[in-house]
Design a protein around this ligand. Structure first.
Ligand code: GDP
Ligand code: GDP
Length: 459
């Protein structure tokens, strides 16, 4: 399970500046998939090869009312679910009563809190931050200038990493741990751990609230034998349901928590983005559900971004396809082409979870995506495909020198990773990388999963 780090503080202290700095790797992804919006609140970050989820909680001050309270709800939930909180204050403004209010709130949460004084550029940092010690949150005030990156690496490596590593070790014994994410792995280790095509498929049902996740989960379970049914430990966990279909074993990762819905007093299931992000990380294949009646929303695109970023296989289901007029269906299909054309590798199904229409065919695409993602590929084959691709279309020049791609090997599965070695390989433009990706996709007949290509410099 990926650790969650929440950025908390009053407005204007520099939360989104730090968020952007921490999640910058995401920009590469956005470039790879034009059409993706970057979520300004939830992102993936990495410190020394330890990935974590970072959340910008926006501006909360701990005593919101009315509309603010509603908007702050996800933020407060994020804090409750976070493994660590970076509490940001503004070194130029000094200690404010809002800071004290937030500190009081955080202290009650019993969380690991790092107090971070931002904007220490161009001022006498030590004297500026002295008063923040009054908040009595730990014995260090971390001094940073998020806008310039100053102090950020130290904050991450000296404070956050040890905490995240300790968390990783503590979770090592968990049943559904994803602790393999915590250490930098060699290609051989990644391959040794990757699932095989006959293995159990971990399938996560993903979608924003009300798209029909529980309806679909119920439908799937109604038609298949439920082997065991485990209730989740806490609200931040999804329900893991073992099941079987056509001789294939699955673990259904139910983010909607249908089990808890049976409790009449708890009808409204709280949607948690973090729970969803963790389910995505833990799955092999994600079934992303979109509501036909709402079209494609930013929230759908942001979930899609996370699925692609995690490298998970993907099947799209447009739900509530029942009772729609033909011209409405046409309009939705046009919108799908226009806005999701960039993920042309994913199968799209039009279903009605309510009536069961189309649900049975989902398995075929899930299976296909999983097999594509786990199919073993040999070094000779990927090198041969590289030769063909570069023969058909030479890599461009970089600063007057020809980029030479020499050989390739498999660097992991689920997602399939292809490692290409060459001269100036890292200088390849995005367009050529995309060309290679498509070439590999076609040659290896890979459907339903993103492919990752990594470049390594060899002289
Ligand atoms: P948020 O409301 O907490 O998300 O704050 P923002 O990240 O939007 O930053 C608020 C303002 O502070 C912006 O004008 C930033 O450019 C500025 N800012 C952020 N970090 C720094 C910093 O390290 N030094 C200085 N001088 N200004 C900063
Ligand atoms: P969740 O929040 O994603 O788990 O969504 P639910 O499964 O609770 O569904 C939300 C609402 O959409 C409920 O009122 C469902 O009855 C309705 N719904 C779900 N699937 C369909 C469908 O295929 N067609 C129609 N017309 N309504 C659906």
């Amino acid at each position: 399970m990926l650790p969650v780090v929440a950025l908390v503080g009053r407005p204007n202290v520099g939360k989104s500046t730090l968020f952007n700095r921490l999640t910058r790797s995401r920009d590469a992804l956005v470039a790879d998939y034009p059409g993706l919006t970057r979520d300004r609140q939830y992102g993936q970050a990495k410190v020394e090869d330890h990935p974590f989820i970072v959340i910008d909680t926006g501006g909360i001050n701990g005593n919101e009312q009315g509309i603010d309270a509603l908007m702050a709800e996800q933020s407060l939930m994020a804090i409750a679910e976070a493994d660590a909180v970076l509490f940001m204050v503004d070194a130029r403004d000094g200690l404010t009563s809002a800071d004290i209010g937030i500190a009081d709130y955080l202290r009650k949460q019993n969380k690991k809190i790092f107090l971070v004084a931002n904007k220490v550029d161009g001022i006498d940092a030590d004297s500026a931050v002295a008063e923040f010690y009054e908040l009595s949150l730990g014995d260090t005030v971390h001094k940073i200038a998020a806008a310039h990156g100053r102090g950020v690496t130290q904050l991450l490596t000296l404070a956050l990493t040890p905490h995240i590593e300790a968390l990783g070790e503590a979770r090592e014994n968990d049943e559904f741990d994803g602790t393999q994410e915590f250490s930098a792995k060699t290609d051989e280790e990644k391959i040794a751990e990757a699932p095989f095509e006959n293995d159990k498929i971990k399938l996560a049902i993903i979608g924003k609230p009300n798209v029909g996740k529980s309806t679909l989960t119920n439908r799937i379970l109604g038609e298949d034998r439920v082997v065991v049914f485990d209730a989740p430990g806490t609200t931040r966990d999804s329900v893991y349901i073992p099941m079987e279909h056509d001789g294939r074993e699955y673990t259904l990762i139910d983010t909607a928590g249908i089990r808890r819905r049976k409790n009449v007093t708890d009808v409204v299931e709280k949607y948690s983005v973090i729970k969803t992000l963790r389910a995505i990380e833990d799955a092999n294949v994600c079934l992303l559900i979109i509501d036909a009646r709402e079209g494609i929303t930013d929230q759908d695109l942001s979930l899609l971004g996370f699925i692609l970023e995690a490298g998970r296989s993907l099947v799209l289901a447009v739900n509530k396809w029942d009772g729609l007029e033909e011209h409405v269906k046409d309009r939705i299909k046009t919108e799908l082409d226009r806005r999701l054309g960039f993920i042309d590798f994913a199968r799209i199904h039009f279903i009605s979870a309510l009536h069961g229409t189309g649900v049975g065919h989902l398995y075929e695409s899930v299976e296909e995506a999983f097999i594509s993602a786990t199919k073993r590929i040999s070094t000779s084959m990927v090198t041969k495909i590289l030769d063909m691709a570069t023969f058909d279309h030479q890599p461009p020049m970089s600063q007057g020198r020809r980029i030479k791609l020499k050989y390739a090997h498999a660097g992991g599965y689920n997602p399939p990773i292809i490692v290409i070695h060459g001269n100036l390989a890292k200088k390849l433009p995005v367009s050529y990388k995309r060309y290679l990706m498509n070439y590999y996709r076609k040659s290896l007949k890979i459907m339903g999963t993103p492919i990752r290509i990594e470049f390594r410099e060899t002289s």
